[in-house]
Design a protein around this ligand. Structure first.
Ligand code: HEM
Length: 410
């Protein structure tokens, strides 16, 4: 309900299953399916090198750098917009939308979710704070929908646009008989990429850093694999990916160990249903217990431990072990539409970071390591509470690579 008041129905995850959702999702899928996702590899590679450079400059700001890395990749791919730092106007708008979205997506978080007529009470009445919130976020929701898209449209008109998903969509819509609808769908499909991917990808990468602080032996094994396959004279690329099963296993374990959406994303049944003898009336909120699926001790012995080895057999990925992607990206026709992009971003980040840095606990004033543990936030998207760690180049040659390969323009 709050999402309705915020005017965020353009956002795919809040949009109810129906004709409009199908069209927007189709448009999104056209640019984020498994085949097309590989065409963004140069962007992932450039961004992960930039990420290394930022980590090297100000390692204590690693959480901000993780956020920046995602923002920069997705804005580049979607709108051709270069994001240099957090003062970027479009990033600010998108981050406000995400905050509103996270509040709105929790069923029952606001009374108006359960008592529908409350939506008619004016904002000045005590207790109607949700109305003011809705108005505030609606403003940003509309800006997210239109501002970057308008900028690309203008740039295209004067011939200065950088090719992107938005430029392609605009060209297609200009050539279409059905221009009005194409434009509405294009604005919706492009604007959801940042909102769908930011918190989720940031959470997964942050959990990976946390695991590296807590499990130094995992880091050592990964670095031994990287040394053997990639060597000291270059950074890992996507061509190395099939030869780096331990890195792949770390990605899988990061997604399993601390789920980004432990209860998945709530959905509402559109008709009466029955499951294992339970009657589920139309209009029920249904949540999938993704956490239990990926912490089932039969499938994953000692499920709270971070053990990439559980995915490997004889040095290869073991296809008999349940793949976390069966649950961590949601289910069925609502399954995460950006999962291929997310996995590519995660691979590039994990491989490049482990090749270049050692990640160890931060030290207190007496020089003792400060222990960390997973303290995950509540909410639809769950992420580790902020923590400190030490991030240092793991050798002189690694440091030289970070500097030489980052191609940093600043
Ligand atoms: C590790 C990173 C990510 C995780 C764990 C994740 C997880 C999820 C989950 C659980 C859902 C809900 C599925 C359901 O309703 O059953 C979802 C939906 C969605 N995700 Fe992701 N996501 C990630 C990254 C991304 C990225 C990078 C993008 C964009 C490029 C993206 C775009 C979307 C969109 C558009 C939806 C809505 C799909 C729909 O309602 O039809 N996600 N994601």
């Amino acid at each position: 309900m709050l999402a309705d008041l915020m005017g965020m129905k353009w956002s795919l995850a809040i949009m109810p299953y129906g004709e409009e959702w199908r069209k927007v999702r189709r448009g999104f899928h056209q640019y984020f399916n498994s085949n097309v996702a590989s065409s963004y590899i140069p962007v992932h590679e450039a961004q992960s090198r930039d990420f290394l450079w930022r980590l090297h400059q100000t390692p204590d700001d690693f959480l901000a750098h993780i956020r920046h890395a995602f923002a920069a990749s997705i804005m580049k791919v979607t709108y051709g917009i270069e994001v240099k730092d957090s003062s970027n106007e479009y990033v600010h708008i998108a981050e406000e939308v995400i905050t509103g979205f996270n509040e709105a997506a929790q069923p029952g978080h606001f009374l108006v979710d359960n008592i529908e007529w409350l939506k008619y009470i004016p904002a000045w009445i005590p207790g109607a704070g949700f109305q003011r919130k809705a108005k505030y976020y609606k403003h940003y929701g509309l800006q997210m929908l239109n501002k970057p898209f308008d900028a690309v449209q203008k740039a295209l008109a004067i011939g200065s646009a950088v090719p992107s998903i938005a430029t392609e969509m605009i060209e297609q819509m200009n050539a279409s008989d059905n221009r009005e609808e194409r434009e509405r769908l294009a604005r919706r499909a492009t604007s959801i990429a940042y909102v769908g991917g930011a918190d989720t990808t940031v959470s997964a990468v942050t959990s990976f850093f946390l695991a590296m602080v807590m499990y130094p032996e995992v880091q050592r094994k990964a670095q031994a694999e990287l040394d053997a396959v990639v060597g000291p004279n270059r950074l890992p690329t996507f061509e190395d990916r099939p030869s780096l099963p331990y890195i792949e296993a770390i990605m899988k374990e990061s997604l399993r160990w601390q789920l980004v959406t432990p209860m998945s994303v709530p959905h509402c049944t559109i008709e009466d249903d029955e499951y294992n003898g339970y009657f589920i009336p139309k209009g029920s909120v249904v949540m999938a217990a993704a956490w239990s699926i990926l912490h089932d001790p039969v499938e994953f012995p000692d499920p709270e431990a971070f053990q990439p080895e559980r995915f490997l057999k004889d040095g290869k990925l073991n296809p008999d072990v349940r793949d976390p992607t069966v649950a961590c990206f949601g289910f069925g026709r609502r399954v995460c539409a950006g999962r291929y992009f997310a996995l590519n971003q995660l691979y590039s980040t994990v491989a490049c970071v482990l090749h270049s840095f050692s990640i160890t606990p931060a030290l207190d004033e007496d020089g003792n390591p400060i222990p960390v543990e997973p303290q995950m936030s509540n909410g639809i998207v769950s992420y580790p509470a902020p923590f400190k760690c030490m991030i240092k180049p793991r050798s002189a040659s690694a440091e030289a690579l970070i500097i030489n390969e980052s191609h940093h323009q600043n």
